[in-house]
Design a protein around this ligand. Structure first.
Ligand code: ZN
Length: 368
């Protein structure tokens, strides 16, 4: 032990909640500085218990220990490699971000979309991989065809010579939105222990990231499904973008970032996601003859189930509410929520590949 006394003081009354904030200080023998400390003191930046946290960090009363609080940037950064109750929250979305970064780079380098999920999806695949030619001549042919969306491709011609190059930007909008969400979430969990101001800012960025991911997820599906009916593209994309911007404006309010509004936030996210049911039903009729319709739908249902199940854990705080203190380091609701967000995003990526490969092969001709 390198401290001589620990003293807890009531710092101030919370304006909104009326609750007092209790801070514990320890006077160090070495440098006579006051450092926040817990009963396991001995390290300069020890992990705290829930009751020792400053009020702004008290979010989940069922996670009892291993908190960081008021850590400098450097220590917060290096806590990436240290066990605390945010370690898996950071890593689940950091790995998700790196995965999507890899998919984005791989897709940027090749004209054909990269199906890194093929190993996982092969058993569901309804048709063999289309052999899309990469030569320059075909690339120019495809680009020219892009200007004629109603161009009919004779089915008897080899796919190699008729491969279309459908616009890729909606696909990359989705990949970019996913990366933004996963990275902002990861950084939020890593640095939220730094200070009150940064904590509030980062949580708001985290929520904005979720909204951006939901909005951008709609782009490829709506663009490719309604490729031959541009007015529907505009209506649906404008609708979801307007809804997203409204949600972002709402999320930027500091009050709505507090744990009190957890359910409200979840409801907003869900309602944005459920907005997708309208174009999804419409898309089923538009693409009734698409041989990949069922597999695409299966992936999208998988995505919806992942997100909804994740939201359920996020709101209910199961399982830690059943056994407070048991899931502090691993297995608590937020980690499950994070993992399911990554699974949902991957399912959506797989669905988008199906849609894109189908459009690449047949353009506006929906007959296989
Ligand atoms: Zn999170």
């Amino acid at each position: 032990m390198n401290y001589i006394q620990t003293k807890c003081v009531v710092k101030r009354k919370g304006k909104e909640t009326g609750e007092s904030e209790t801070l514990c200080f320890t006077k160090s023998k070495d440098n006579n500085n006051n450092n926040m400390c817990d009963r396991h003191c001995g390290k300069r930046y020890p992990l705290l218990s829930f009751w020792e946290l400053p009020e702004f960090m008290k979010d989940n009363e069922y996670i009892l220990r291993y908190y960081r609080a008021n850590w400098p940037f450097k220590q917060a950064l290096f806590s990436l490699f240290r066990w605390h109750n945010e370690t898996l929250n950071v890593w689940t979305h950091l790995i998700g971000f790196l995965l999507f970064l890899g998919l984005t780079l791989a897709n940027l380098m090749k004209p054909k979309v990269v199906n890194l999920l093929e190993l996982f999806t092969r058993s569901f695949s309804s048709s063999a991989e289309k052999n899309v030619s990469h030569n320059i001549k075909d690339l120019f042919l495809g680009t020219t065809l892009l200007f004629d969306l109603n161009h009919q491709i004779p089915l008897t011609i080899e796919l190699e010579s008729t491969a279309l190059v459908i616009a890729r930007w909606p696909f990359f909008v989705f990949l970019g939105g996913s990366m933004f969400c996963l990275l902002s979430s990861s950084m939020c969990h890593l640095f939220c222990c730094h200070s009150r101001d940064l904590n509030l800012f980062l949580w708001r960025m985290d929520y904005v990231g979720i909204v951006v991911m939901i909005i951008t997820s709609f782009f490829p599906q709506i663009y490719y499904v309604f490729l031959c009916e541009p007015h529907w593209q505009i209506i649906y994309l404008a609708g979801i973008t307007a809804m997203g911007l409204f949600t972002i404006a709402t999320m930027l309010s500091p009050t709505l970032s507090t744990s009190k509004y957890r359910t409200f936030r979840a409801m907003l996210f869900c309602s944005m996601g459920l907005f997708g049911i309208v174009p999804a039903i419409h898309a089923c009729f538009v693409n009734w003859s698409n041989p990949r319709r069922n597999i695409t739908l299966a992936y999208e249902i998988g995505m919806a189930l992942s997100y909804l199940t994740g939201t359920f854990f996020y709101v209910t705080r199961i399982p830690e509410r059943w056994k407070p203190g048991w899931f502090d380091l691993a297995g608590h609701s937020h980690q499950i929520f994070h993992a399911l967000v990554v699974v949902g995003a991957l399912a959506h990526y797989a669905a988008t590949l199906q849609m894109l490969e189908w459009r690449d092969s047949f353009g506006c001709d929906t007959v296989p």
